[in-house]
Design a binder for this molecule. Sequence first.
Ligand code: APR
Length: 255
Amino acid sequence: MSVTSDADINSFQTYLQSCRGILALIGAGLSQASGIPPFRGLNCENWNGYDASDLCTPEAFCEDPLLVWQFHAFCRQRALKSNPNGGHIALAKLASIWEKDMLTVTQNFDGLSERAGHPQEYLVDMHGNLFNLRCTNVQCNFRKIDFDPNLGTSEVPKCPKCSALLRPAVVWFGELVPYNHIVATNEAIETNRVDLVLCIGISAEVWPAAGYISEVVKRGGKVAVFNPDSGTKVKCDWFFKGGAEQWLPIALNNI
Ligand code: APR
């Protein structure tokens, strides 16, 4: 159902209030409204003539670590200059006041949900976070959270423990999502604690997030989509056609 009237918004809000649990899936579309382009499709990221998706792979880092490091430094600075939008803020507010179960899974590594005040304990950074680092040596467990974002970009930093190169703690194309993130999300779904999934700025083409929607539906849950593209592949019960930055503050108002 395309949401076109107050009655549609009321039916969504009535259902939401009756829910035991909510799963919110955030994708690149939400940050697009904050000025951060997606990595694929229309208006996608292009940095110094490079396609972002070509720079976000372990192979690219292996071939030219400095180039990949500099691209991520650029993304980091841009994220810092961007602000969370009304959608990030409305969702963060819901997560702060919601007294039943809620989990937000974001595919974005720009830290905007955190900066909007989303409680960390209900937030899964499925694709990592640009502001964290980890060692490339698989036998070394060095991690740094919230490192200085102004760290120089003329060389790739080295691990203080083992001297191997450090890298952004994000999930690149072709890499596996951290196991603990999968477990946390599966657990929420498998224990039947999700009656509603909010699909916010996602194309639902990227797994595992895409699979979560069908799992929730299989278990009797409902789906609300926030997306300007009516060609989106997600089948839903409520379709808020337009920017999530505009619709979320309306849909989640007075909850
Ligand atoms: N509000 C809501 N949705 C929007 C907006 C907006 N203002 N602007 C664009 N969109 C929608 C697009 O119509 C599209 O359906 O956001 C979706 C973005 O789709 P993708 O770029 O495929 O993003 P996502 O589903 O997050 O998957 C991308 O792959 O690019 C990599 O690692 C990157 O995590 C990211 C994943």
